[in-house]
Design a protein around this ligand. Structure first.
Ligand SMILES: *[C@@H]1O[C@H](CO)[C@@H](O)[C@H](O)[C@H]1NC(C)=O
Length: 215
């Protein structure tokens, strides 16, 4: 009897996992209701009768981002926070602008694969595979080239030209998330202790202090 129960639970569990892995939508849409009191994995749905075309619209991706900053790049992200109609749909978009030699520094998206299309300029892109290989896979892209950064892997882009560069990316999550490596490690709140960082990076404390002061 006990054996049968265990078997039944296992079968039930495998069906559950299958259902979650499949991520089938159960309705046409679920426009995010940011003021909804219900907490779910994502955002609660607005009453479909109150949904408007504007819930599915974001305007302004024709505007260049302001790249006057130390790294010389600006990401304009259109995720569920900017476009409530994206809720539950598993997709988002970004425009990336680069000043001459500008860098979108090493970062990762915990929840999304990114498909990157270079619209203007010439850009060096790369991502690094997981341990133990940590292989760098990189390419110089020209206008019109499309490159993919697999979900969760550290990647970057650098403008190789004297002119402006611009790219458009699709991301496979309504809320892809961004972890910028240097900021997460050297500018966490509160700081990761210098004992941890000196040992992790095998350098003297003054180098860690210098890195922490930069961010
Ligand atoms: C761009 O950002 C810089 C630095 O924050 C600022 O001084 C400048 O006014 C901004 N330019 C525009 C057009 O918003």
């Amino acid at each position: 009897m006990e054996k049968q129960l265990v078997l039944l639970s296992l079968v039930a569990l495998s069906f559950c996992n299958f259902a979650f892995a499949d991520e089938q939508a159960l309705q046409d849409f679920c426009v995010a209701d940011p003021n909804g009191p219900v907490r779910v994995n994502g955002l609660a749905c607005k009453n479909p009768m109150l949904v408007q075309a504007n819930d599915f619209l974001f305007r302004g991706l024709n505007m260049p981002g302001n790249t006057s900053n130390p790294i010389g790049s600006k990401v304009t992200l259109v995720n569920v926070a900017m476009l409530p109609g994206l809720n539950t749909l598993g997709i988002a978009m970004a425009r990336i602008d680069y000043a001459p030699w500008g860098l979108n520094p090493p970062h990762l998206h915990p929840r999304a694969t990114e498909i990157f299309t270079l619209i203007e300029g010439s850009v060096l892109v790369g991502f690094v595979t997981s341990n133990p290989e940590n292989r760098l896979i990189s390419k110089i892209l020209q206008k019109g080239d499309v490159f993919v950064f697999p979900k969760g892997l550290i990647h970057f882009q650098q403008n190789l030209g004297h002119g402006h560069a611009m790219a458009i990316s699709g991301l496979s999550n309504q809320n892809p998330g961004i972890v910028t490596v240097a900021n997460a490690v050297f500018k966490s709140n509160p700081d990761i202790s210098s004992e941890v960082l000196t040992k992790a990076f095998q350098v003297d404390k003054h180098i860690i202090d210098q890195l922490q002061s930069k961010f």
